[in-house]
Design a binder for this molecule. Structure first.
Ligand code: FRU
Length: 489
């Protein structure tokens, strides 16, 4: 049954979509139909297409009672908009349909599992709910929630238990959810079920133990190369060196399970993305075996930064292929984006000292690859790439081979508010050699360093006419540059 609230949102979005100027949207990054979006939800393969849902409040450009927006794709670049899938219209979720996941069931139905937020005794309760659908319409299960606050271990705060990620393994359904202990420590809880409706608490999969933040959101847990990988978004963190910054982060823990899944042992932990805007990633296993990740390309800290004249707020990263190498998570933009490359311009062995620009290396919707090497050992102290430039604006990233750091700076990236605009992080030592791949769109820069060893994503609001690019070296370097326009029609 389609409730009044769901009907209302579907009508609102479809009317808006008839009037919007498509040119105002990013050229290859997904945005909501209208209004606010945050986390990706329900990223899943269903009937041969990839479905993505997302947290959405179309009526304003600010966060509000959460709906699930819905799109699907065949190639992770072009998305088809579908009607909103869920509205907060039941007693168990009337304060919001929070984040969750999806999977195709053996009987052909598409299952959504999400957090229903409802009013408890003077506070908001977070409980896990399910809905079944056909890729277009979804029916919420009448006896929701299927995991209620009664299913929580004693030391968990019932106001912070959310974002179920579901999967099936050896005939059992499993689900991980983020939570906060009564002592305000982030944890991931593991549940299992034989029938999707009755769930058993298995144990704590991993916990902050005072180190990685007070609440863990949006977990994802999967197997890769014989390892178990846990991705999650810790909030209220203190900084840890240059690896994690204060506030909201995304982390990936690589480890193994001795016997049961609940015995997950973390071996390494790192940031998933070192930029200013990246949160709540979610992954799926693609048909060809690749693990693909997408995230909200925003951070809660910068949520007040909205470009004037644009009716939507929030965008997704370009989906990324992820893999493990030497215990680290590597990321590359999905290879499908390469089909949209046009106008290749390339330079080999360009000597740079001071600031220079190169003919035809400019633009705002581009795929730009830069390989940097010293002329001789220690020949340079800093190398900077400036993007989205005009007389007033520039967003840059600067490599310091002595400190082994990269510093992103969007202080002049068109932001009307004073927010965190810089971030510095360590990169690996390759004797002064470093490579960058930049996917720049109208309102964002996604940076991939050393063939995906690290990624850094940041939103910019620089006017579109600011499209110059320059390279600057303190000392002498040699660079190779490849540039393509990215044209997605
Ligand atoms: C993460 C998050 C989730 C929650 C959702 C609400 O960004 O806080 O934990 O389910 O957003 O919109």
């Amino acid at each position: 049954m389609i409730s009044d609230k769901l009907q209302k949102v579907r009508k609102f979005e479809s009317e808006y979509l008839q009037n919007i100027d498509a040119d105002i949207r990013p050229s290859f990054h997904l945005t909501g139909a209208v209004g606010w979006i945050n986390d990706p939800n329900g990223f899943s393969l269903y009937k041969d297409e990839y479905h993505l849902f997302y947290q959405s409040h179309p009526y304003t450009r600010t966060w509000g009672p959460m709906h699930w927006g819905h799109v699907k794709t065949k190639d992770f670049v072009r998305w088809e908009r579908l009607d909103a899938a869920m509205a907060p219209d039941e007693s168990f979720d009337d304060q919001g349909c929070f984040s969750g996941s999806a999977m195709e069931l053996e009987d052909g139905r598409h299952l959504l599992m999400y957090t229903g937020v409802s009013m408890g005794n003077g506070y908001l309760l977070q409980q896990q709910c399910i809905a079944f659908g056909d890729g277009v319409n979804y029916e919420k299960y009448a006896n929701n929630p299927v995991v209620s606050t009664a299913d929580l271990p004693d030391n968990i705060d019932i106001r912070d238990f959310r974002d179920p990620k579901i999967w099936k393994e050896n005939d059992t359904y499993y689900m991980v959810a983020g939570a906060r202990t009564l002592e305000s420590d982030g944890v991931i809880l593991l549940y299992s079920s034989a029938d999707l409706v009755h769930w058993t608490y298995e144990g704590v999969l991993d916990a902050s133990r005072g180190q990685y933040g007070r609440m863990w959101e949006c977990p994802d847990f999967f197997e890769m190369d014989g390892k178990r990988v846990l991705i999650f978004s810790p909030c209220e963190m203190n900084s840890i060196g240059l690896e994690f910054h204060p506030g909201h982060n995304t982390a990936v823990a690589v480890g193994h399970c001795d016997g049961a899944l609940k015995n997950f042992k973390r071996e390494t932990i790192q940031s998933v993305d070192y930029g200013l805007d990246f949160y709540a990633p979610q992954t799926l296993a693609a048909k060809d075996g690749r693990r693909i990740m997408v995230a909200w390309m925003q951070n809660w800290v910068s949520q007040m930064c909205r470009a004037e004249g644009i009716d939507f707020f929030g965008q997704m990263t370009l989906p990324r292929e992820i893999c493990l190498k030497n215990g680290r998570l590597y990321q590359q933009p999905v290879r499908e984006i390469e089909a949209y490359r046009k106008n290749h311009v390339f330079y080999n062995n360009v000597y740079v000292r001071g600031e220079t620009s190169l003919n035809n290396i400019s633009g705002r919707c581009i795929d730009l690859i830069i390989k940097v090497r010293p002329v001789h050992e220690g020949s340079y102290q800093k190398f900077t790439v400036n993007l989205a430039m005009d007389g007033e604006n520039r967003t840059s990233f600067r490599y310091n081979p002595l400190k082994q750091t990269v510093r992103i700076d969007r202080t002049r990236g068109g932001f009307p508010y004073d927010i965190v605009n810089q971030r510095e992080f360590f990169v690996s030592n390759r004797n002064g050699e470093i490579s960058f791949r930049v996917l720049m769109d109208k309102y964002s820069i996604e940076l991939f360093i050393n063939d995906g060893e690290q990624a850094a994503s940041s939103v910019i609001y620089t006017r579109q006419s600011a499209d110059s690019i320059s390279f600057a070296s303190e000392g002498e370097v040699i660079i190779d540059v490849d540039k393509y326009d990215l044209v997605v029609e």
